[in-house]
Design a protein around this ligand. Structure first.
Ligand SMILES: Cc1cc2nc3c(=O)[nH]c(=O)nc-3n(C[C@H](O)[C@H](O)[C@H](O)COP(=O)(O)OP(=O)(O)OC[C@H]3O[C@@H](n4cnc5c(N)ncnc54)[C@H](O)[C@@H]3O)c2cc1C
Length: 391
């Protein structure tokens, strides 16, 4: 089949590689430059973890993804995935029903070996943490982080080598439909590209390109900070691995120092509804002050560290937090691969196979979970109201 993929983030890049390898003729388009500076994928790092509370399905998916990361490190001959382990600490005791407790229990049930942390242990192994505040939790040696921008570049290079037609500097405007079927697309510079199947993998842009998806997908901005600590040695992965700091109360998570001397810290919270190219897509005073408060309490040595880069990164959220990978039942020949809900990158080694199976309508257990599901609506109507008129 002739397949055109809209968007060269991680979903589009992995799908391009897999579909070309399966014998299709693939065109991949993106306004560029790749990695696109506004894409969710484009950053120095993303957490790769297995912890999903009591959700065993996602832990299973993440286990497969971890094996995939090791294979990619081998294939690309590069450390794209860094197995630093992931540290989850709480400001109180880990109690049944919390994200940390449920994850810890499930890890053990599935044969993993997370290490429970006590205050003396935290002081000894992770001295940058304020152990008067963070008193319990665990360390999982199997997770870590992936260099997301570099990963997408490697995949796009591979796609080109395999024969994928890359059209960087080209943007989708609308579908080309005839006799009740998608026949291709029209670009913003009025060029027509014929295709048997169009895959829209445009992250937070998806529902603006396909407006009938607005009730199901929303673009939600989260702040990301790159800090330059005074003593970079203190933030090496051995004593400062990837972390989540009392996730349900603070929302903060972060990464050890990278080769450029940067510690990245970001916040997962309610976020701000916005278009991916909106002027308001900048970190605001509230978000920055909130970070400083968090640092003072959690990592005193970072309290005044200069911020060398800040960005708002956009989730493509669904109402139930699950991905959205399926044929559009109303537009034959259109496949959507979006709805990352802020946690999709870790599954990168699996996306190509999942999206290609969707295109070829092959049996795949994950496609049931990520199916087209207009019946899923916000639990609270006021949640939906936050997004109305933000485009
Ligand atoms: C703050 C933040 C933190 C995150 N942290 C993590 C994490 O720690 N771990 C994890 O697993 N996941 C994380 N994620 C989620 C992860 O980043 C996403 O799941 C993943 O990057 C989504 O990739 P994508 O390809 O769907 O979208 P994107 O990477 O956004 O790519 C979409 C592409 O579509 C292109 N596009 C837009 N318009 C057009 C058009 N008209 N025509 C053609 N192309 C177009 C864009 O240029 C872009 O390249 C995080 C996300 C955010 C925002």
């Amino acid at each position: 089949m002739n397949i055109t993929i809209v968007g060269a983030g991680i979903n589009g890049a992995t799908a391009a590689v897999e579909l070309q390898q399966r014998g299709h003729a693939v065109t991949l388009l993106d306004p560029g430059p790749i990695p696109h500076p506004l894409a969710a994928t484009t950053d120095i790092s993303k957490v790769v973890r297995m912890e999903y509370g009591a959700d065993e399905e996602y832990m299973t998916l993440a286990e497969s993804a971890l094996a995939g990361w090791q294979a990619w490190n081998h294939e690309f001959g590069a450390d794209l995935f860094h197995q630093t382990g992931v540290l989850y600490l709480r400001r109180g005791e880990m109690k049944r029903g919390t994200y940390e407790w449920d994850s810890w229990k499930l890890l053990m049930q599935r044969g993993h070996h997370p290490q429970r942390m006590s205050v003396p242990e935290i002081r000894k192994r992770f001295p940058m943490w304020n152990a008067r505040k963070y008193v319990d939790g665990f360390y999982d040696p199997e997770g870590g982080y992936a260099e997301s921008g570099r990963v997408v570049l490697r995949l796009v290079e591979k796609a080109k080598t395999l024969g994928v037609k890359l059209r960087e500097g080209t943007a989708f405007r609308e579908l080309l439909e005839r006799n009740g079927r998608v026949r291709g697309l029209v670009t913003t510079d009025d060029k027509k590209i014929a295709a048997d199947v169009v895959i829209v993998a445009a992250g937070a842009w998806t529902q603006f390109l396909l407006p009938w998806l607005k009730p199901y997908l929303r673009s939600n901005g989260m702040p990301v900070f790159h800090l330059a600590p005074k003593n970079p040695e203190d933030f090496r992965a051995t004593t400062f691995p990837v972390f989540a700091a009392d996730t349900s109360s603070t929302g903060y998570y972060g990464f050890p120092i990278n080769r450029d001397g940067v510690v990245k810290i970001a916040r997962h919270w309610d976020g701000r509804a916005m278009h991916p190219e909106a002027n308001e897509r900048v970190v605001n005073e509230f978000e920055e002050n909130n970070l400083r408060e968090f640092l003072k309490v959690t990592f005193p040595a970072l309290a005044d560290a200069p911020i060398v880069y800040r960005r708002i990164c956009l989730y493509s959220d669904t109402w139930d937090g699950h991905f959205w990978v399926d044929h559009d039942p109303e537009h034959a020949g259109l496949v959507v691969a979006a709805g990352d809900s802020g946690h999709g990158f870790k599954f990168a080694p699996l996306w190509g196979g999942i999206i290609a199976d969707a295109v070829e309508q092959k049996e795949n257990r994950w496609l049931k979970k990520f199916r087209w599901r207009p019946e899923v609506r916000p639990a609270r109507p006021e949640e939906a109201a936050r997004f109305i008129g933000r485009e």
